[in-house]
Design a protein around this ligand. Structure first.
Ligand code: ZN
Length: 182
């Protein structure tokens, strides 16, 4: 007996079974299998080895992209934190953080104890950007990103060191403001 004599079972991808309702599609419209139950075209998703709607595939890809970015951010933050600990002024603290389960990792900068209850979060770049800085001033209950001078666009810093310097300056402004208000 040779393997050729055994009829090969069809791959699961050959039969368009809708991921939404588990019905086998028996119609083709506009060149795509059509699920009459859900009322949508079916497209094969190689990442999940199933047939699903275009909207669901798009959603899954976005979710996968976001997950990749979260994983990458953990590594970026880990690498940057060590370098930033050497650069931060005396008494200031640098820590690697993840604000919430599944969130993008950040480097958090805190001013010396006794100055102000505020944190600056440094978010690592995705594919096409730099580091971004957000200031959380819990004493004043305000939260804002750093912007380009005079611009409506968020400031983007090429290196974590540049982002750190901007974060320290912004927090010093908050500390000075708190001192004035006292
Ligand atoms: Zn369906």
């Amino acid at each position: 007996m040779t393997a050729a004599a055994t009829p090969s079972s069809p791959l699961p991808s050959d039969t368009p079974v809708c991921s939404g309702c588990a019905t086998v599609s028996e119609q083709v419209r506009e060149g795509h299998p059509w699920c009459d139950v859900c009322g949508w075209y079916l497209v094969y998703d190689p990442d999940h080895s199933d047939w699903t709607s275009f909207a669901e595939r798009k959603y899954r890809r976005r979710a996968a992209d976001y997950e990749r970015r979260v994983t990458a951010s953990a590594e970026q933050v880990h690498r940057a934190s060590a370098a930033l600990r050497d650069r931060v002024p005396d008494g200031w603290r640098v820590s690697a953080c993840q604000h919430g389960d599944g969130a993008i990792h950040t480097v958090d900068i805190r001013p010396p104890t006794g100055t102000i209850d505020a944190t600056a979060c440094l978010t690592p770049p995705d594919d096409d950007g730099g580091w971004h800085v957000r200031v959380h001033n819990r004493a004043q209950r305000i939260d804002f990103p750093l912007y380009r001078a005079g611009g409506a666009r968020a400031a983007s810093f090429a290196s974590p060191g540049d982002a750190l310097d901007a974060a320290v300056n912004a927090l010093r402004v908050e500390i000075a403001g708190a001192t004035t208000r006292r």
